[in-house]
Design a protein around this ligand. Structure first.
Ligand code: 5RP
Length: 221
């Protein structure tokens, strides 16, 4: 079985009746969404679910998962989401799929944050994957200069040769900082730049990592 499927489906087992659930984004979290949909259909689970992206909203609708707007949800029992890199402290880089802002807002109100990933995402040190930084379109070139002063090589994200636009109408600068020694202070420095909406460093947020492996096994950390 696909390691992403193994991890995503295993995480869905943590969901219990009457919980408020955050639905993550990406090709791993989608397996958890699918499994949650199956559990609602088979077990009659009553859940309040809110999604981290338009993509995940559409997927949830496809699996007949009832959705509640974040405006009505002040606290989430469990969120299941993916990661682009996750280290031994469970600090992460997220945003490869461009959903980092909604993902961070949802992570911020989540009591138990489960990350699902294939084993290639589990690293000794963050930074081989460039940090996605969501920026407002106004003056993004100036924001990019400030990121360069922090040591980044920023690249404006494109999709099919057009500038990638997030669900929130913003741009993404993928920032290569090299290997990162102090991710917590880098997150703060990036957030202090005017024009930055959010960065893809998620520090001290995850409670559980479920890794899917090529040999068909899983590991919970
Ligand atoms: C989207 C994300 C995803 O969770 C991350 O990119 C992992 O995606 P995948 O499971 O497809 O590898 O942060 O913004």
């Amino acid at each position: 079985m696909d390691p992403k499927q193994l991890a995503g489906e295993q995480a869905a087992a943590y969901v219990e009746n009457n919980m408020v659930i955050g639905l993550g984004t990406g090709s791993t979290a989608c397996w958890a969404i699918k499994k949650i949909g199956e559990r609602i259909a088979n077990e009659g689970l009553q859940l309040t679910c809110t999604a981290t992206s338009i993509q995940s909203e559409k997927l949830a609708e496809q699996f007949h998962i009832p959705l509640t707007d974040i405006a009505q949800v002040s606290s989430i029992d469990i969120t299941i989401d993916g990661a682009d890199e996750i280290d031994r402290q469970l600090d992460m880089i997220k945003g490869g799929g461009g959903a980092l802002l909604r993902e961070k807002i949802i992570a911020n109100i989540t009591k138990y944050y489960i990350i699902v990933a294939d084993e290639s995402k589990y690293v000794a040190q963050l930074g081989a994957f460039g940090i996605p930084v969501e920026v407002v379109p106004f003056g993004w070139q100036r924001t990019a200069e400030h990121l360069e002063k922090l040591g980044a090589k920023p690249t404006l994200r494109k999709k099919e040769q057009e500038t990638f636009i997030t669900d929130n109408g913003n741009y993404i600068l993928d920032c290569d900082f090299g290997l990162i020694n102090d991710a917590a202070s880098l997150e703060t420095s990036i957030h202090n730049i005017p024009g930055v909406v959010v960065c893809g460093l998620f520090i001290s947020r995850a409670h559980k990592l479920i890794l899917g492996k090529k040999d068909g096994s899983t590991e919970e950390i």
